[in-house]
Design a protein around this ligand. Structure first.
Ligand SMILES: [Mn+2]
Length: 424
């Protein structure tokens, strides 16, 4: 399904007068409003191919109907999202859930929707039906060299798919770890992981990167072989320049100061990218900004400050991606909400008075520093995000227009009520 631009514009016109009034009110206080809008227009967040279906838990899965049945339909769904928000211009594929069979046709379809391919993701956390050796006890860290070899070869195969899709990065998340004390020699497991990653690293094309994701627990509950940012950073440092650390917001223990992690990784030039989601307890994979939008803002504040300090391009020098799962929501609505939340936090971070904040910090004026941050955070920047969307040809209110256009009803009619997307 392809959304017609004129239909989006028709709905925009209905809201335009109200929007202009709200926009002008807030824009009057933003000195560099054009720069902010241009940065917002340039800012895109990749959609993972596994997020277009309804997610499940280990207890069950309740399909919402009209889910994409193929990679082609997943690309069409990302096309719908991008048409509405003009901020989701790429898709991140997961191999083997989404192996592209006809590469040139897939690339042409993506291009029709204005999309390109972001990082490719390998999967050694599940056994596939035709797989020779099991990953029950891990993959790249496995005690058996033959299992490690199989997992290395899978990652190299994923790189080959990615090259054909013009991707530029391999994203690796391992579930490797142990469930009980004594199960693993922790040092040897880490060493095996490093040596396996070295072989994968050697297969990377010159202009490629490998992103190493970490996670402290689940599915293993005693140790995870790449459990935190320090372990990921250690691997990335030992591997070399093409390797860096990927931060998934849900992959931290409660109370972790993620903004500090981000700040230091940026300082070292080792922050690869982001997997956005939100959580209350653990790796909940909830909609971005639904639980703790202030933390998201504080993270973006460090991102903007740290990227500016290194002269980085906000839009392109870090990989931005959503990694969430939707148990009870329409996945497209959830993704639209997530992208909006990210853009709101980014805009608020752009509004922070950096000169005044640096002065307050240098004077140990703690109260003033808090006032400056919260001045930006408590600004309702939604009209700025809406204006950027309007300027880029998207919807003033993406979720609202999605509902008015009855997209899900059309998709159910086209695909059926009982479809199941590959992946989750
Ligand atoms: Mn992730």
């Amino acid at each position: 399904m392809k959304l017609e631009k004129y239909k989006i514009q028709e709905f925009n016109q209905q809201d335009e007068a109200d929007h202009k009034r709200r926009f002008e009110f807030i824009a009057a206080d933003v000195a560099n409003i054009d720069e902010v809008l241009q940065k917002l227009i340039a800012f895109n967040i990749a959609i993972p191919s596994w997020a277009l279906g309804t997610g499940g838990t280990r207890f069950g899965r309740f399909s919402g109907g009209g889910e994409p049945r193929s990679l082609e339909e997943k690309i069409e769904d990302v096309g719908v999202i991008h048409a509405l928000n003009r901020s989701s211009n790429s898709i991140s594929l997961h191999i083997p859930w989404d192996i592209p069979e006809n590469l040139s046709a897939i690339k042409a379809l993506a291009a029709q929707h204005g999309l390109h391919f972001d990082a490719v993701n390998s999967n050694t956390f599940q056994d596939q039906p035709d797989q020779k050796l099991s990953y029950k006890y891990g993959s790249l860290h496995h005690v058996d060299k033959a299992v490690r070899k199989q997992a290395i070869e899978h990652n190299i195969e994923v790189i080959k798919y990615g090259v054909q899709l013009d991707s530029k990065a391999l994203s690796v998340w391992l579930s490797d770890g142990s469930n009980f004390p004594g199960q693993l020699n922790l040092r040897k497991a880490f060493q095996n992981t490093f040596e396996s990653l070295q072989e994968i690293y050697a297969a990377l094309p010159d202009d490629w990167k490998v992103w190493i994701e970490y996670k402290p627990f689940e599915p293993n509950f005693y140790s995870t072989t790449i459990g935190d940012w320090g372990q990921s950073y250690l691997l990335a440092s030992k591997l070399g320049k093409k390797a860096s650390t990927l931060v998934d917001l849900g992959h931290h223990l409660q109370g972790t100061n993620i903004e500090q992690i981000v700040s230091l990784l940026l300082m070292e030039g080792k922050l690869a990218g982001f997997h956005f989601n939100d959580s209350k307890y653990g790796d909940d994979d909830l909609t971005v900004g639904s639980i703790n939008p202030y933390q998201l803002f504080l993270i973006f504040n460090e991102l903007v400050e740290g990227m500016d300090a290194r002269g980085m391009n906000h839009a392109t020098d870090i990989g931005w991606m959503i990694d969430a799962s939707h148990n009870v929501k329409d996945p497209i609505e959830d993704l639209l909400q997530s992208v909006q939340a990210i853009k709101i936090a980014y805009t608020q971070a752009l509004l922070v008075d950096k000169v005044a904040l640096a002065a307050a910090q240098n004077n140990n004026d703690v109260a003033a520093a808090q006032e400056i941050l919260q001045q930006a955070y408590r600004t309702d920047v939604r009209p700025l995000v809406a204006e950027a969307s309007l300027m880029a040809g998207g919807a003033l209110n993406p979720v609202g227009v999605y509902r008015k256009l009855k997209v899900r009803e059309h998709l159910i009619k086209e695909r059926g009520l009982k479809t199941v997307a590959t992946g989750l």
